[in-house]
Design a protein around this ligand. Structure first.
Ligand code: FSX
Ligand code: SF4
Length: 365
């Protein structure tokens, strides 16, 4: 075993990885073994195309394990333009050797210029040619970041270069770990899954590992109880913000974004967007630059749990919950109100919103 990280850190890493993979702690020794056996560390070639290098920045800030631990002990990073030791002809030779041998993991960062290939060139080759070359003999292709996965900011309308994610650009299957930037805590477990089971993880319809991206931000958000109770921040700088009410009205895209951010957290598990007080901008979703164009505009319709078959706005449910609570009726009654049944009963006021001087609950703005 060539691991230089301390045994304590190593077991912590294995334990944390087991949790991320949804495995019991009894898997920790197997994960440890898989990582140890990565003494034949899997060769990795990391290529960057149209992007801002935020993905590598994020990866470079990895802790537990640190970037150095990953690069020196867990994988064999044979080519990465920003952090590799080799340069010039030596670097090109390393790349060619790895590609010729095959069986490596290709990590792609950044979008591919498909419409105008010359818009993105490295050493005289277009990104379209390079991505074909680098993925041709790969055992697996991992797209790191929303740009490589789905096109990202370059593909935003009007998309002048015809930018696309790798799958759409060259028609190969990819494992996508999106995010703008992606979380290093999502990248490593994806690689470990491959080492452990010798196959790619099950993916959702957007190519994301299901063990990470099956649930939505909204499913695990620490402010969810406020959402369900109809308590929202309606404006920054208000008591509702201080009370850390739900950010739905401030444009939070958590109800439509698949990601484990509230569980994995960021920056050595210190925080994440919603905890910092800003709504989720949906950066793990395809086309989020266009689909969620105004990050501070509330989502028009959000499904409310417990209201089977009802899709209504949280504005309306917020006010209805408060009114219904005041009227002493329960959740089923509120569901009935949501389906319109109470419209026949004018005695039950479902739309009146009580005014309060303190932090409002479900207030209309
Ligand atoms: Fe894209 Fe990565 Fe956003 Fe930037 O390289 S996912 S623009 S954080 O850096 O590709
Ligand atoms: Fe959390 Fe956003 Fe959902 Fe509110 S809308 S509970 S802030 S994810």
């Amino acid at each position: 075993m060539r691991l230089d990280i301390t045994r304590r850190d190593f077991l912590k890493l294995s334990g944390g990885t087991a949790a991320m993979l949804g495995l019991s702690q009894s898997w920790v020794p197997k994960i440890a073994l898989a990582l140890e056996q990565a003494a034949q560390r899997p060769p990795v070639v990391w290529m960057s195309f149209m992007e801002c290098t935020g993905c590598l920045e994020s990866f470079a800030k990895s802790v537990n394990p640190s970037t150095a631990d990953i690069v020196l002990d867990i994988i064999s990073l044979n080519y990465q333009e920003n952090i590799m030791a080799a340069a010039g002809t030596q670097a090109e030779a390393d790349l060619k050797n790895t590609l010729d041998k095959g069986g490596y993991i290709a990590i792609i960062e950044g979008a591919i210029a498909v419409g105008i290939p010359e818009a993105m060139m490295v050493a005289g080759k277009t990104s379209l040619d390079l991505v074909k070359e680098v993925t041709q003999n790969a055992a697996a292709t991992l797209c790191v970041g929303t740009c490589a996965a789905y096109g990202g900011v370059q593909a935003m309308k009007p998309n002048p270069t015809g930018a696309k994610g790798v799958k759409d650009a060259i028609g190969i299957e990819t494992v996508n770990v999106p995010g703008c930037p992606p979380n290093p805590a999502h990248i490593l477990p994806t690689i470990v899954h491959y080492l452990l089971f010798n196959k790619l993880p099950d993916l959702d319809s957007d190519g994301r590992p299901l063990f990470l991206f099956e649930q939505k931000i909204h499913d695990n958000c620490e402010r969810r109880a406020h959402f369900d109770a109809g308590r929202y921040v309606g404006e920054f700088g208000t008591p509702e913000e201080t009370l850390q009410y739900c950010l739905y009205k401030m444009g939070c895209k958590g109800p439509e974004t698949h990601s484990p951010c509230p569980k994995t957290l960021w920056n050595a598990k210190q925080s994440w967007c919603v905890k910092c007080g800003n709504g989720c901008i949906g950066c793990m979703e395809p086309d989020f630059w266009d689909r969620f164009e105004d990050f501070y505009q509330r989502l028009p319709n959000v499904p409310i749990p417990g209201f089977v078959g009802v899709k209504t706005s949280a504005d309306w449910v917020g006010s209805t919950l408060v009114t219904a609570t005041m009227a002493g009726i329960g959740i089923h009654a509120i569901a009935s109100a949501a389906t319109g049944r109470y419209k026949k009963h004018p005695d039950i006021p479902v739309k009146e919103v009580p005014k309060s001087k303190g932090p409002s609950e479900g207030s209309e703005d």
